[in-house]
Design a protein around this ligand. Structure first.
Ligand code: ADP
Length: 522
């Protein structure tokens, strides 16, 4: 629409002023005309004609004429003044609004001249204030996005480095074994043993890191929460050590597997554990305890639940912080790079698994973060198997990190909960501390070989005596063959396929004589 045809305050005011000014003049004209007509023409010389009458009026009655003309002039002047005032107020408001838009300013507009215009300026001020808050939030979010991207890049770099570390570690381990077999003097042997153990530990950390990274894209599977706790503790072991934090676990040996996303669940543990370490690091020392426990299904179809508790003896959580902990971007560590995302992501992951997460302060000091997961059945199978029935606890003792990781991958895929050991002594202490259904063990294991481990197990863990699968390297000696023959243990000779591994494991777990085998790994 043409702007000139749209109503304008300016034109309206002008039109009304002119009309108002014309009214007294019009009234005068009407009065004069009726006066002249009522007296009739020709009776007096000044009524002889309208011109004579007008001349007479101007001469004799000029105050009469002056009053309405003065009125009209005053109305016109007042109208013009009013128009100027409205003009000025509107122009000022327009300028203030334009500068607000151009400068993206957030300061409120100056008070307008007319109270009615406040109806415009007030919402504009509110808008400007909320825009200022939005701009501040946007800046904050952009900064956080940059931080998240930096973390993601660092994560990728870490994975790349971890990957590249595998080769040098394999070389170190290989050379260490060669030197050990060359019968060195006792001091060198001890030093080489230290090198080997450290390299194995590094290998384990690298594997945990890589499996954490690789699982990012995977979907649901049977997950051992105890195994995830162990792997996560390996990942944070360095941070805990440099901050003088003692880590201990109390993991329920009968904890069933749960059907879930392994990597996100590990992320939950990782966030809770690193938070606890950071909280205690401020004190220069601390104790971290991770507990898992299992509540079996209750009456009325209540599913069984796994509860995980991450307990620290740090400063605890302030009362006013407790209700906000799981809010996105809530952090009390902004100065040290905290993003306030860890707990909100953790709660989202737990929620996705139909679980719950909560935090509380320990009566004795420090914080306790707990989460609970219902143990759901694998949806597509519906076979009636509860997860626990399909779950096998396997001790995997192998001094060859590459082979150990290969076997571990296969077993995890088939729902086993794994405990790893790099040599015989480690394996013995793990056997001593935990409950297992099966032992997969390298025959020529370092520090305490497979035969010695088996002999120990026969005395201290007799139920496992028939549940050993030995992995033999290359040619076996007659003595080794005699041992394998008398024990009737299951044997795997590399290179072997997944099927061969699973077949050996199934035979050890369900020897044909038992007739059982419903929970076979295959
Ligand atoms: P961020 O660690 O980046 O601050 P989080 O979401 O992981 O973000 O944690 C949010 C806040 O919860 C932290 O800033 C901290 O104040 C508090 N918090 C988390 N874990 C602990 C803990 N173990 N002890 C005390 N406070 C904690």
């Amino acid at each position: 629409m043409d702007p000139r045809r749209r109503p304008s305050i300016r034109r309206l005011v002008t039109a009304h002023c002119v009309l108002a000014a014309l009214l007294p003049v019009l009234a005068l004209l009407l009065l004069t005309l009726s006066d002249w007509l009522s007296h009739g023409s020709g009776q007096a010389p000044h009524l002889a004609s309208p011109a004579a009458y007008l001349a007479w009026l101007l001469r004799e009655r000029w105050p009469w004429l002056l009053a309405p003309i003065l009125c009209a002039a005053i109305v016109l002047l007042l109208g013009l003044r009013l128009r100027r005032q409205i003009d000025r107020a509107l122009r000022r408001l327009q300028e203030d609004l334009s500068s607000l838009v151009e400068r993206q300013a957030s300061a409120p507009l100056p008070r307008p001249e007319f109270s009615e215009l406040e109806a415009i300026s007030q919402p504009v001020n509110q808008l400007a204030a909320s825009r200022a808050t939005l701009a501040h939030d946007l800046e904050h979010l952009t900064q956080q996005l940059v931080d998240v991207q930096t973390h993601a890049i660092l994560g990728q770099l870490a994975v790349g480095i971890a990957h590249d570390l595998n080769n040098p570690l394999a070389t170190i381990l290989g050379l260490a074994s060669i030197i050990q077999t060359s019968d060195p003097d006792p001091v060198t042997r001890r030093d080489i043993e230290v090198i080997r153990r450290q390299a194995e530990l590094s290998g384990q950390i690298v594997r945990s890191l890589l499996s954490f990274a690789r699982r990012q894209k995977d979907t649901r599977e049977w997950v051992s929460i105890n195994e995830l706790v162990r792997q996560t503790l390996e990942l944070v072991a360095y941070e805990a050590r440099v901050n003088r934090i003692r880590c201990e676990t109390d993991l329920a040996p009968d904890l069933p597997l749960t059907w879930g996303e392994a990597s996100p669940l590990q992320q939950v543990l990782f966030n809770l554990i690193t938070n606890a370490i950071q909280a205690m690091a401020a004190h220069g020392r601390g104790n971290l305890r991770i507990e898992t426990c299992w509540s079996p299904p209750g009456p009325a179809g209540m599913p069984g639940r796994i509860t995980v508790r991450v307990i620290d003896d740090g400063p605890g959580i302030a009362e006013d912080v407790l209700p906000r902990l799981f809010e996105p971007y809530f952090t009390t560590r902004a100065s040290s790079g905290g993003l306030g995302l860890g707990l909100s992501i953790a709660s989202e992951i737990v929620r996705r698994h139909n679980g719950q997460i909560w935090a509380e302060n320990n009566p004795s000091g420090g914080a306790c973060f707990s989460f609970q997961l219902p143990v759901a059945r694998q949806p597509e199978k519906g076979s009636g198997d509860t997860p626990r029935e399909r779950y096998h606890r396997v001790l995997l003792a192998d001094g060859d990190p590459q082979r150990q990781s290969q076997i571990a991958q296969i077993l995890r895929r088939h729902g086993c909960s794994l405990t790893l050991a790099g040599d015989g002594l480690q394996a013995r202490s793990r056997l001593d501390a935990g409950q297992f259904d099966l032992v997969v063990c390298q025959l020529d294991l370092g520090r305490l070989d497979g035969r010695e481990l088996y002999a120990w197990a026969r005395i201290h863990r007799p139920e496992l005596a028939g549940r050993f699968v030995f992995v033999v390297d290359g040619d076996t000696t007659t003595e080794a063959e005699a041992f394998l023959h008398t024990t009737r243990a299951w044997v795997l000779a590399p290179p072997f396929h997944e099927e061969a591994l699973l077949a050996a494991l199934n035979q050890a777990l369900y020897p044909p004589s038992t007739g059982s085998g419903a929970d076979r790994l295959l």
